[in-house]
Design a protein around this ligand. Structure first.
Ligand SMILES: [Zn+2]
Length: 167
């Protein structure tokens, strides 16, 4: 039995996402701040009634939210929590949902030996100002704070707090 993983604060999660420039540490693909997808879907619903959209699903399923199923941003323990890895910032990494699912509790050694995808390298360099659409989340969230869940309010607060020191 592994110990239950203590929840990571939103502030800590944002520090890790920003440190990694919102790029998956394992496959180098840009990741997306998941809560923004629900607000985008809501925004569209306000103007277009009832058109079903596969933007957001609470479980990030492929049929309900294909973008999050691939690229939703999650925090990964570099050394798995279940094998004694800490929840200190230096043991945390930004991962896309796909890599997180594949890595699960693999040890770093086993994970390092996995078949490697060709690293993605842009002809014009790495993304400089990608933010996972977190700034868009702030814009949409501030339009109508009353529609936000408690968790989304927490994200808004954490994002506003850290707005000045993204680097
Ligand atoms: Zn990845």
């Amino acid at each position: 039995m592994s110990k239950p993983r203590p929840p990571l604060s939103k502030e800590l999660q944002l520090r890790v996402f920003r440190k990694d420039r919102w790029v998956c540490r394992w496959c180098n693909r840009p990741v997306i701040f998941a809560p923004v997808m629900r607000l985008i879907e809501l925004q569209i619903r306000r103007t277009d009634n009832g058109q079903p959209l596969s933007y957001y699903d609470a479980h990030w399923t492929r049929n309900g939210a294909p973008l999050l199923d691939e690229l939703g941003a999650v925090i990964d323990h570099v050394e798995a929590h279940s094998t004694g890895g800490s929840s200190e910032e230096d043991n945390l990494a930004t991962a896309c949902c796909k890599c997180n699912g594949r890595k699960s509790n693999a040890s770093m050694k086993k994970w390092g030996e996995r078949p490697q995808r060709k690293p993605i390298k842009g002809k014009y360099g790495e993304p400089q100002h990608w933010d996972g659409l977190s700034a868009l989340f702030v814009v949409l969230a501030e339009q109508d704070v009353s529609t936000l869940s408690a968790s989304e309010r927490g994200w808004l607060k954490a994002l506003r707090k850290g707005a000045g020191n993204a680097d």
